[in-house]
Design a protein around this ligand. Structure first.
Ligand code: ATP
Length: 396
């Protein structure tokens, strides 16, 4: 239904409007800087699949959706799609501000290829869904952003498309409107409509999408089943939010330091999980889970070490760190720092689990190194209950 192949987009960045004009008038003028907003993105969607597009502000989500909708053209790569596509790209974009909502409905019909008389037939249903009352005959420039998006959503979904693109449309609606939108999106999906849904609301992405793609600085950071991708993104956000500027006297080049930082002297140097048998993943042979972390730090600095334990589908179980538990890692004779965390009689159910390791500064603020999913294991618990963890409990 939709095939996106090595899609990239670079925007030209001009120093000023004047520089833009000069460049347009004379190709020999100073060439603009290029900003790569999307870099080599590929995926395919089948009919009825709903893809959530997640990522930080400026990660390239809207650029991707605009390219798929054909609103802008790619610098390289291609989009192959079938059937009728409709899109809500930017709130209210496409509406003419001076004209009324009703007039805009008629223009929009022409734009999405619906004849005027058919559009008139659909009008009552659109008005009914948008629920903006008399405002339909007022100029769109007087609408609140919530009203504009109600009308945009009602309009775009008045004809069932084969591919529907929704960029952040639910964010401004109230709960009643969000519920209606979700119901409509779900009914489209059941009937085989392919949907791309971009949102900062992980709740909505989890609710609506069966697949997700996480964009980071224009590149695909993760893609796959929604829960795995969204949890990975959320874990990364949690870590990133703890990041602060590294002091000037460090070997860092300054600025904000993310989890991908390559700080040569500050790095993880080994992670082991005790008692994992052969296999992929091997079975944890003990009821206790013990993870040992090793790290290197420059002389005079102490590290904080942490692990994140997740189910293999990305559902987080727990994150623990030496800084939070007031434990100082131990300096070994070879100069490495080490710490072992032990979970006695680990309260998990049978399943596959993964461990990620992190190296922080002593306060647990700056992230120096991260080994994501560096160890995996299977845990076998001899009863049939399911869930995330076995909570201590009692009956009475
Ligand atoms: N027309 C443009 N000209 C120049 N740069 C642009 C243009 N449109 C977007 N960009 C830049 O491209 C990058 C990706 O922007 P995009 O709008 O796709 O991000 P996004 O993930 O949708 O962000 P948000 O969550 O804030 O909507 C950003 O750095 C943005 O500043």
């Amino acid at each position: 239904m939709l095939h996106v192949e090595s899609l990239s987009k670079s925007y030209r960045i001009f120093e000023s409007p004047r520089a833009r004009l000069k460049y347009l008038l004379s190709p020999r003028a100073l060439a603009p800087r290029l900003h790569r907003a999307l870099d080599d993105v590929s995926f395919s969607l089948e009919p009825g699949q709903c893809l959530g597009v997640v990522g930080d502000n400026g990660a390239g989500k809207s650029t991707l959706l605009k390219l798929i909708a054909g609103a802008i053209s790619p610098s390289s790569g291609r989009v192959v799609r079938e059937g009728r596509l409709t899109a809500i790209l930017e709130l209210g974009a496409g509406f003419h501000p001076e004209f009324s909502g009703r007039e805009n409905i008629r223009f929009a019909g022409a734009l999405i290829g619906i004849p005027a008389d058919e559009m008139r037939l659909r009008e009552p249903e659109i008005l009914d869904f948008a629920e903006i009352g008399d405002a339909i005959d007022r100029p769109v420039k007087t609408y609140s952003s919530g009203m504009a998006v109600r009308l945009a959503f009602a309009l775009v979904t008045s004809v069932e498309p084969d591919i529907l693109i929704i960029d952040e449309a639910l964010a401004v609606g109230d709960q009643h409107f969000q519920r209606k939108c979700i119901e409509r999106i779900e009914s489209f999906r059941r009937r085989g409509c392919t949907i791309l849904f971009c949102s900062h609301s992980m709740y909505h992405v989890r609710r609506l999408c069966d697949r997700a793609v996480w964009l980071r600085e224009g590149r695909v950071a993760a893609t796959g089943a929604t829960e795995a991708v969204v949890s990975e993104y959320e874990a990364w956000v949690r870590i990133r939010d703890r990041v602060q500027t590294v002091p000037d006297d460090s070997d860092a080049k300054g600025g904000e330091r993310g989890v991908q930082a390559e700080v040569g002297e500050r790095r993880l140097d080994g992670v082991t999980v005790a008692g994992i048998g052969d296999g992929d993943p091997g079975v944890l042979e003990s009821r206790d889970l013990a993870v040992t972390l090793h790290a290197r730090m420059p002389d005079g600095e102490t590290p904080a070490l942490a692990i994140l334990l997740e189910r293999s589908d990305g559902v987080g179980i727990t994150a623990v760190g030496t800084h939070a538990d007031d434990f100082l890692p131990v300096r070994q004779s070879d100069g490495r720092w080490s710490a072992t965390v032990r979970f006695p009689d680990i309260p998990l159910y049978s399943g596959e689990y993964q461990v990620s390791a992190y190296l922080f500064d002593a306060a647990g603020v700056a992230v120096y190194d991260e080994w994501k999913h560096c160890a995996r294991f299977r845990f076998v618990y001899p009863t049939l209950e399911t869930g995330i963890a076995r909570l201590p409990h009692e009956w009475s």
